[in-house]
Design a protein around this ligand. Sequence first.
Ligand SMILES: Cc1ncc(COP(=O)(O)O)c(C=O)c1O
Length: 369
Amino acid sequence: MISINAPQIGEEEIEAVIKVLKSGTLTSGLGNGPNVIKFEKAFAEFVKSKYAIAVNSGTAALHAALLAIGISRGDEVILPSFTFVATAEMIVLAGAKPVFVDINPKTYTIEPSKIEEAITKKTKAIIPVDLYGLSADMKVIREIADKHDLKIIEDAAQAHGALYKGEPPGKFADIACWSFYASKNMMTGEGGMITVNDDELAEKLRCIRSHGEREKYHSEMLGHNYRMPEIEAAIGYIQLKKLPSFLEKRRRNAEQLTKKLERCDELLLPRKPEGYRHGWYLYTVRLKNANANRRDIFVNELRKHGIGAAVYYHTPVHMMSFYRRFGAYRLPETELAAQQVLSLPVHPGVSERQIDFIAETVIQTLKKA
Ligand SMILES: Cc1ncc(COP(=O)(O)O)c(C=O)c1O
C-alpha cells in the first residue's frame, strides 16, 4: 500500500536519538533541555518568529495558546468545522464555546466573509486552520480581528513550509500552533511547537508548558506538563534541516499528479490561490457531484489497488455527537466538501513511477464508475 503519509526516517535521526540516550539527559524540569533549546531556536528562525516554544503535541500547543490569551468559561472562539477535532476540543477544554464558521469551497479554509456574522459580545478569538498545508486568508482575518479586538491563534499543524504573501504561518496571528505528529511534513513522533512574537505571551506559554512554573516548585499560574522530551527535540532538529528537501519532493509529486489528472472532468484538483505556497501536507481532490457513498466506494476501489487514498474529514466537527451540543449548525460548503473530498499520497517517499501509477489508477477507476 502506498500510504497517505509516512515518517521519513534516516540514519541521522537514529544517531541523534542514540546520542540523547547516551547523554542521560532525557528531559528537563522546565522543559528547556539543550536539544529543546536548539530545536526551538532553529524553528523560530525557519518561521521568522521571535520565539518558538516546544511542547509535546499540536493539541497541547493549542490548549496552551488558548490559556495564554486568557480564554476561559463563558468566552466564544470562532473556528472552521472542517478541521481535525483537536482545534475545537481545546476550545472546550479551556472552558469556552466553539463557534463554527463555513469554509471557502475552493481552499477549504475558513471563509473570511462569514466570520463577522458569527461574532458576539462573548467572542474573544479566532482560530483559522491552514488545512491540508494551505494557509487561511490571514490578512483579511487579521483585519476582522483587529476591528473587533479579537486575538488570532493560527492552527498551522498541517502547514510546515506553507507561505502566504511570502510569509510563513504566524505572521498575521498572535500565536501559531504546529504539530510534529508522525504523519506531518516534519515529525518527532508526537510533538508540537508554539510560535509567537510577543514577549509577555512567550513567557506565559513557557510557564503553562511546565505547571505554571518559571522556577521549579513555584507555580504562578495554572499549567500542565506539556514539555517536549529531549529525544523528540533531537529528531525535530534533524527533520527541520531536511524539511526543504521534503517540501520540494512533495511539490514535485503534487505537480506531477496535477499534470496527469488535469484531463479528469470528474475531479476538482487542488488549486492554490495567487500569492500562496502550498505545503502539500495532503493532496486533496474533490469528486464532483458525488455523495459520501459514491466517494467512499471510489476510495475503497483505489485502496484495493494499493493506493492509500484517505478522507480528511468524513465528519465535520459540528456534526460529531459530542459537538452537537454547541448548536444546530448548517454549514453547506463544509458539509458538501466532507462528502466529496479525498486525499492522494504525495509524501517524499512516493516515487515518480508511483505517482504515474496513482494517476493511471484514478483515471481507470473513474472510467469504470
Ligand atoms: C489541524 C490540526 N490541528 C491540530 C492537530 C493536533 O496535533 P497533534 O496530533 O500533534 O496533537 C492536528 C493534527 O494532528 C491537526 O491536523
